[in-house]
Design a protein around this ligand. Structure first.
Ligand code: G3P
Ligand code: CA
Length: 245
């Protein structure tokens, strides 16, 4: 844990201020005293890993269509900044390589979410080989997903990356996760913040799981979660929430 009250995790870069998952927003987040930068990865038609939240480019670019139907060169022609504000016009979709090249210049760790791995056969191996290629130390990255099978697969590779399982409200509002089973391969159990009660956190801790809820953008919720005992907070506005520069 760094110098803050808990692990501070910048969600999709500094997403409250900049277009999410762009190099501009990512750099702004890395310049802050945060512990982790969170990003999302998908795979293109020509097997390149790109940093974007949705599996289509409709919401965050001036184009439309699925990532998996585009080559990287095709995707790079679109504008991923203007939707957030004209001052961001011309920002392109970052590759994971571009993000890793930037991250190694800073001290923060990386929280990488593998999005919809079932849609992208081989994405886990590709991700691991890229982290190795870029000489990213295993202790400097946590890989997470809503897809438990994908995380179990990475655990089976025994390379030593810490793993996280994301827990949605839709799936877990009526039943607690099986923390014992998660703890067999994961270090983090990261829930929708509405799931993160004191009881939830206590049960996770009994199995030595760390808890970093997503996505927390107001001070009241932050304080409630800290009282519940969470280990980290994933936020679009960590600068505002933790008063950090
Ligand atoms: O890091 C957790 C959070 O990013 C999961 O939800 O939809 O923002 O990727 P989402
Ligand atoms: Ca995410």
């Amino acid at each position: 844990m760094g110098s803050n009250e808990c692990l501070v995790i910048a969600h999709r870069g500094l997403a409250a201020t900049y277009p999410e998952n762009t190099l501009k927003g990512i750099e702004a987040a890395l310049q802050l005293n945060i512990d982790f930068l969170e990003i999302d990865v998908h795979k293109t038609k020509d097997n390149e890993l790109v940093v974007i939240h949705d599996d289509t480019i409709d919401r965050t670019s001036n184009g439309s269509g699925r990532i998996q139907d585009y080559t990287l060169a095709e995707l790079k022609k679109y504008d991923f900044g203007s939707w957030k504000g004209e001052e961001f016009a011309g920002l392109t979709i970052p590759t994971l390589t571009e993000v890793l090249d930037m991250v190694v210049q800073y001290n923060q760790k990386l929280l990488i979410e593998v999005k919809k791995p079932k849609q992208y056969p081989g994405i886990e191996d590709l991700l691991i080989s890229m982290l190795t290629e870029h000489k990213i130390a295993t202790e400097d990255v946590v890989i997470q997903s809503f897809d438990k099978k994908s995380m179990k697969y990475i655990a089976s590779l025994t390379i030593g990356h810490q793993l996280g399982v994301l827990l949605s409200r839709k799936r877990y509002w009526y039943q607690k996760p099986d923390f014992k089973a998660l703890a067999e391969y994961a270090t983090f159990a990261n829930p929708d913040f509405k799931l993160a009660t004191a009881e939830f956190v206590q049960q996770a801790h009994e199995h030595k799981l760390l808890v970093a809820p997503y996505t927390v953008n107001d001070l009241t919720t932050k304080d409630q979660l800290l009282t519940a005992g969470v280990d980290g907070i994933i936020s679009d506005a960590p600068n505002m929430l933790f008063n950090i520069e």
